[in-house]
Ligand binder design. Structure first.
Ligand code: NAD
Ligand code: TYD
Length: 353
């Protein structure tokens, strides 16, 4: 048995692949374009492991995906591949449309062709699991109920609009063609291998370098944070037990304003790697807000708990401590991803703030 995982060299995808082999010997074919966000070092632990087949390529490359499907005959596709950073989508939305919308379209078409020709048992067992985000639902007012699976789609950024479009395609390929799809809409993840353009790893690496900690606007935007290992277990659960055609919201029951997250990171670093110059909180610096910045996301994850029995295992306290410790222990990984391209991005996003 084999899974085709796309985007498995990125943050969540690589955690998923590593996690998978902790539980199963089932082969994974990992298709990843290795954009700036893809990093084969995340998968160093799998060097020489025959269960993992890495293929560098684009989900939008129909000929390649057709060939991989024909050769490896996967029982499921798990689609992580995407452009994933809101700020980058504001600076350059084109790549988001190309990968998130057109790439998903091409992958769905390849899956449809492959699935349509499977024999009856394999056909009924096949799954296309699409990994999506809570950002498709838009922004919540303070005190408004958390997003359920039936909340209207109201995406506000080029990133969330492109993910919403991909979710709609996945839905339509089920309703029109019968493709056995599953969709997960998850809140903000954090944990090992998180690229330091996103809030939590950026704050850790900037603090350790004695650089300012840039908090957008008033820092009171609220996100729900989920430890990445819990997202991986949710995806495994949905893949195994999810009802075809359904969507499942995945969250950590852990809403927090950004400034609180940043202060928590500072407090942990003060404990684990104290600075002679005083608390890292001295580096907090309020900067110009993100255009169109969503004020609040919150996930109602009762459906996945009720129907599939999944709940997060980590609390924020345990997850954030592990995460900060991981970055302290993996200075080489951090140095490796801070390439010229990374420095160009930091200059582009923060210079005018
Ligand atoms: P990431 O940016 O860290 O990784 C994306 C991966 O996809 C990279 O390895 C990249 O090389 C690969 N990729 C990009 N374009 C590709 C293409 N055209 N073909 C093949 N591979 C390509 O992203 P992530 O944070 O790991 O997110 C993974 C998925 O989970 C995304 O679909 C994202 O929308 C979704 N998601 C992320 C979060 C979060 O907090 N990070 C939360 C909910 C959902
Ligand atoms: P991010 O990690 O980019 O995830 P998303 O935008 O997908 O939620 O940002 C999380 C929150 O942190 C978001 O409200 C924007 C804010 N933020 C900052 O305040 N400063 C920063 O430098 C970054 C990258 C994000």
């Amino acid at each position: 048995m084999t899974l085709l995982v796309t985007g498995g060299a990125g943050f969540i995808g690589s955690n998923f692949v590593l996690d998978w082999f902790g539980q199963s010997d089932e082969q994974i074919v990992n298709l990843d374009a290795l954009t700036y966000a893809g990093n084969l070092h995340n998968l160093d632990a799998l060097r020489g492991d025959a269960r993992h087949v890495f293929v560098q390529g684009d989900i939008g490359d129909r000929a390649l995906v057709d060939r991989l499907l024909a050769e490896y005959r996967p029982r499921a596709i798990v689609n992580f591949a995407a452009e994933s950073h809101v700020d980058r989508s504001i600076h350059g939305p084109g790549e988001f449309m190309r990968t998130n919308v057109l790439g998903t379209f091409a992958l769905l078409e390849a899956a449809r062709g492959y699935w349509g020709a499977l024999e009856a048992n394999a056909k009924s067992a096949f799954r296309f699991l699409h990994v999506s985000t809570d950002e498709v639902y838009g922004s919540l007012a303070p005190g408004a109920p958390a997003f359920t699976e039936t909340h209207p789609y109201e995406p506000n950024s080029p990133y969330s609009a492109s993910k919403a479009a991909s979710d709609h395609l996945v839905r339509a390929w089920h309703h029109t063609y019968g493709l056995p799809v599953l969709t997960t809409n998850c809140s903000n993840n954090y944990g090992p291998y998180h690229f330091p353009e996103k809030l939590i790893p950026l704050m850790i690496v900037n603090a350790l370098a004695g650089k300012p900690l840039p908090v957008y606007g008033d820092g009171m935007q609220v996100r729900d944070w989920l430890y990445v290992g819990d997202h991986c277990s949710a995806i495994r659960t949905v893949l195994a037990k999810g009802k075809v055609g359904e969507t499942y919201n995945v969250g950590g029951w852990n809403e927090k304003p950004n400034i609180e997250i940043v202060r928590t990171v500072c407090t942990l670093l003060d404990e684990l790697r104290p600075s002679a110059e005083g608390s890292y909180a001295r580096l907090i610096s309020y900067v110009k807000d993100r255009p169109g910045h969503d004020r609040r996301y919150a996930i109602d994850a009762r459906k996945i708990e009720r129907e599939l029995g999944w709940r997060p295992a980590e609390t924020f306290d345990t997850g954030i401590r592990k995460t900060v410790q991981w970055y302290l222990d993996h200075a080489d990984w951090v140095a490796g991803v801070q390439s010229g391209g990374y420095r160009d991005w930091v200059a582009r996003n923060y210079a005018a703030r």
